[in-house]
Design a protein around this ligand. Structure first.
Ligand SMILES: Cc1cc2nc3c(=O)[nH]c(=O)nc-3n(C[C@H](O)[C@H](O)[C@H](O)COP(=O)(O)O)c2cc1C
Ligand code: SF4
Ligand code: SF4
Length: 408
């Protein structure tokens, strides 16, 4: 029998996904035709665009920039779904998508008024959502305003990334949501504030089936210093703090997943999200502790069809490495990534191959190195002065420099 290319199952709570790849909540999961395309392209699940109930207090037509060279996506202006739109999307998607697991992503505000969160849970459950994703991560709501107006003492309802740093608020919502629905809950936790692993631990204690490490951070995108009042966006009037995503954030995303896994242990489901743009990125995410993989930016710039290629190369890789399931890959780097205190570095020095050197002089300029001089023939490295740092190897445009190890 022919093997199903897209079969590499993982579970969130008691819900099975045909493979670990999830369209992360965002603009590629706003309409039912997008979800149908994701289903056709073999994805395991899709988390619909955030529903914010009551109606978002910050809602604009989307204004994005994809900074290809920096591999960075930035935006502030975005529109969210209202509750009725979110419910309709889930209902329609459930009718049309048989293999794609539909996840409802929504938020409300923090505080004692829990009813909004619970109403959303009840109604998405009734609409047919298979998993609920509680959004404690969006940086472009109260968190953006809080940071941009740091000195002001305005008290605004805490939501998204401001709320996701607060263990008590997260516990409160999850514990109470657990009482009104049996659906598995994913807590999508912000890395802002540096408490992602602690808040994740609380989310599991409170009854979440999984956490999602959103990875994105709030930052200030490139500014034209000659025209600094004009933002880089088209059709947008002001500079703003922006939500950063795409490959640029992958190292931070891997760290988020690694950190959560280290604290919560092997039993928990972690959805690793942030900067995944290749099969290898996905494998790295699993090796750092992810059970499933969320992808948003890459679906924005490339659509959904790349998954077929990824699955082929993933299956091929797994066969060659002797891995039978996604679980076999998970956590492989957990014991390999050592604390700085346990690092081993051994001696060595760099050497120039005079035949390859073009005498461009770039390596001689390296500010922290006094080992390189230019001779009549080529650059030359004094092995006694060389500390073995590697900068010259990375700088040389001719690949003329190599490292010699002295492992003794
Ligand atoms: C334009 C845009 C809109 C997004 N909207 C949501 C959202 O509504 N809900 C949510 O939980 N995450 C949202 N995200 C975050 C993504 O789901 C994802 O966590 C983040 O972009 C990092 O993954 P990536 O590098 O693959 O994009 C959005 C991201 C982008 C770029
Ligand atoms: S490896 Fe570092 S210290 Fe050694 S020559 Fe190159 S730049 Fe200098
Ligand atoms: S950077 Fe490379 S090519 Fe340029 S001088 Fe140094 S060794 Fe030669």
């Amino acid at each position: 029998m022919k093997e199903d290319l897209f079969h590499l199952p993982v579970k969130i709570g008691d819900v099975e996904l045909r493979n670990p790849f999830i369209v992360a909540s965002g603009p590629t999961a706003k309409r039912v035709d997008q979800l149908e395309m994701a289903e056709k392209s073999g994805w395991g699940a899709a988390s619909i665009k955030q529903t914010f109930n009551p109606l978002p207090y910050i809602n604009y037509q989307p204004r994005y920039r994809w900074l290809k060279k920096e591999k960075l996506h930035v935006f502030t202006a975005e529109y969210r779904l209202d509750m009725e739109q979110g419910l309709r999307l889930v209902e329609e998607a459930r009718k049309k998508c048989k293999d794609l697991v539909i996840i409802a992503n929504y938020s409300y505000v923090a505080g004692q008024d829990i009813e909004g969160w619970l109403e959303a849970a009840r109604r998405f459950d009734a609409a047919g959502a298979q998993i609920l994703e509680l959004n404690f991560c969006c940086p472009n709501m109260s968190f953006n305003v809080d940071i941009s107006e740091r000195a002001k003492k305005d008290v605004r309802p805490s939501s998204g990334a401001s709320m996701g740093q607060d263990e008590d608020a997260v516990r409160w919502v999850i514990e109470n949501t657990r009482k009104v629905t049996k659906l598995p809950l994913i807590a999508k936790i912000t890395p802002e504030g540096g408490r992602i692993s602690e808040v994740s631990k609380v989310a599991f204690e409170a009854g979440a089936a999984a956490v999602c490490s959103v990875a994105n951070r709030l930052g200030i995108p490139t500014i034209d210093v000659w025209n600094y009042k004009k933002p880089i966006y088209n059709l947008q009037g002001q500079n703003t703090m922006a939500c950063l995503s795409g490959p640029w954030i992958k190292p931070l995303a891997l760290r988020d997943v690694f950190e959560i896994r280290k604290l919560v242990g092997p039993g928990a489901h972690i959805n690793g999200t942030g900067g995944v743009a290749s099969m290898e990125d996905a494998v790295q995410m699993m090796m750092c502790g992810a059970d499933s993989i969320g992808i948003c930016t890459e679906t924005m710039v490339s659509g959904f069809g790349f998954l077929e290629k990824w699955m082929k190369s993933l299956k091929d890789y797994m066969k060659k490495m002797g891995f039978k399931s996604a679980r076999d890959i998970r956590d492989l780097l957990l014991s390999e990534i050592k604390p700085a205190s346990e690092l081993t570095v051994w001696a060595g020095y760099a050497q120039v191959d005079p035949k390859k050197c073009s005498k461009c002089g770039l390596c001689v300029e390296i500010g922290h190195c006094n080992a390189i001089v230019m001779t009549n023939e080529s650059a030359s490295i004094d092995s006694k002065l060389c500390q073995g740092c590697s900068t010259c190897i990375d700088i040389c445009p001719k690949k003329a420099i190599t490292m010699t190890e002295q492992k003794t």
